[in-house]
Ligand binder design. Structure first.
Ligand code: NAD
Ligand code: UFG
Length: 338
């Protein structure tokens, strides 16, 4: 039987790379997206990489009837659920928007899946669910305690999924806790396109590198880390995309709910990342030391043993490759906007 995957949020950064990985693995892909934070141009990017254009439903995932129509139209066998809002900052100022969109759309999705008899779902969660009181590396059993509405929306969805699995053993549910996704497809044809001034380090760095922003603010150089700046586990988005495939394969033979960290297991500091980008662009990045950013945890990196043993998944790409591929995309993206 042909494998037919629905990718919610498939026009977005992670969804588009996952769609490419699915198509390359022989899946038929249906992308569902409301284009709230993406553009239809992504379809062209996916097409030029894979030679196939995914089916596209320009639909809001909270629209029950429209979502049911998508399930009626295509013989969907599994769902990758990446659709969601993701700005921590915005979630603090507008929490109801985050709870309504992220949780509301998940409820609509699982109801439609029940109606359509589809029981395999892989969900985009985040390392942000872990408590700052946990000691790195974080394994999947580390204490959870999200500290902002965005993180809380992820945590609540995880709980909903765990309860669904308890209530009905037919569900096959995979929860992927991404660490810090960066990079882009090596073709430079798809990547991350943040709107406005980026909040996250890599897109900010890239906009300084291209000359769109003047200098990089570094939020704190007095942490208890070797160079005083925060340490994160950056993971190449193409590795992450492969992780979704590995989770789908695992779920073919296992029901219940399963949690996996997706990261490299290695930490890189803010200053180390700046140096890596400088090597790629062959010029210095102007920086400015600032006060610590509220809510930042000094050191975050994953224990990736579970994904390695259960999914046979490991991140392959180095930090150099992450920076080089992100830069290639940044240049292409900036050129295409001129
Ligand atoms: P993105 O914004 O690039 O992609 C999300 C996509 O979902 C967008 O195309 C947007 O238009 C769509 N969308 C949002 N709400 C929708 C709705 N109600 N109906 C239909 N489409 C909707 O974000 P991303 O970086 O690709 O992130 C994907 C998922 O991974 C998100 O759920 C995010 O919370 C999670 N995540 C991302 C990161 C990260 O750093 N990028 C880290 C951890 C977890
Ligand atoms: N940073 C700077 N300057 C910037 C941006 C960030 O110094 O302009 C620093 C931050 O202070 C932090 C580090 O770079 O120390 C990484 O910050 P990011 O915002 O890139 O990433 P976070 O680890 O804070 O959070 C991101 C997403 C979350 C997600 C988490 C784990 O924003 O939604 O990764 O996946 F949950």
């Amino acid at each position: 039987m042909e494998k037919f995957a629905l990718v919610t949020g498939g026009m977005g950064y992670i969804g588009s790379h996952t769609s490419v990985a699915l198509i390359e693995a022989g899946y038929q892909v249906v992308v569902l997206d409301n284009l709230d934070n993406s553009s239809e141009k992504v379809l062209t990017g996916i097409e030029s990489i894979t030679g196939q254009t995914p089916h596209f439903a320009h639909t809001d995932l909270r629209d029950v009837d429209a979502v049911l129509e998508v399930f009626n139209e295509y013989p969907i066998t599994s769902v990758i659920h990446t659709a969601g809002l993701k700005s921590v900052e915005e979630s603090v100022t507008n929490p109801s928007k985050y709870y309504e969109n992220n949780i509301g759309s998940t409820i609509t999705l699982v109801k439609a899946m029940q109606t359509a008899g589809v029981s395999t779902l892989v969900f985009s969660s985040s390392a942000t669910v872990y408590s700052s009181s946990s000691k790195p590396p974080f394994d999947e059993n580390a204490k959870t305690f999200p500290t902002n509405p965005y993180g809380m929306s992820k945590y609540i969805i995880e709980q909903i999924m765990a309860d669904m699995a308890l209530a009905d053993s037919k569900w096959r549910l995979g929860i992927l806790r991404y660490f810090n996704p960066v990079g882009a497809h090596p073709s430079g044809k798809i990547g991350e396109s943040p709107s406005g001034v980026p909040n996250n380090l890599m897109p900010y760095l890239m906009q300084v590198a291209i000359g769109k922003l003047e200098k990089l603010p570094i939020y704190g150089d007095d942490y208890e880390t070797p160079d005083g700046t925060c340490i994160r586990d950056y993971v190449h988005v193409v590795d992450l995309a492969r992780g979704h495939l590995a989770a789908l394969e695992f779920l073919e033979n296992k029901n219940g709910v399963h949690f996996w960290n997706l990261g490299t297991g290695k930490g890189t500091s803010v200053l180390e990342l700046v140096k890596e980008v400088e090597k790629v662009i062959e010029k210095p990045i102007p920086i400015e030391m600032k006060q610590r950013r509220k809510g930042d945890i000094p050191i975050v990196f994953a224990d990736v043993a579970k994904a390695s043993s259960q999914l046979s998944w490991q991140a392959k790409y180095s930090i150099e490759k992450m920076c080089a591929d992100h830069w290639k995309w940044q240049k292409h993206y900036s050129d295409s906007r001129q």
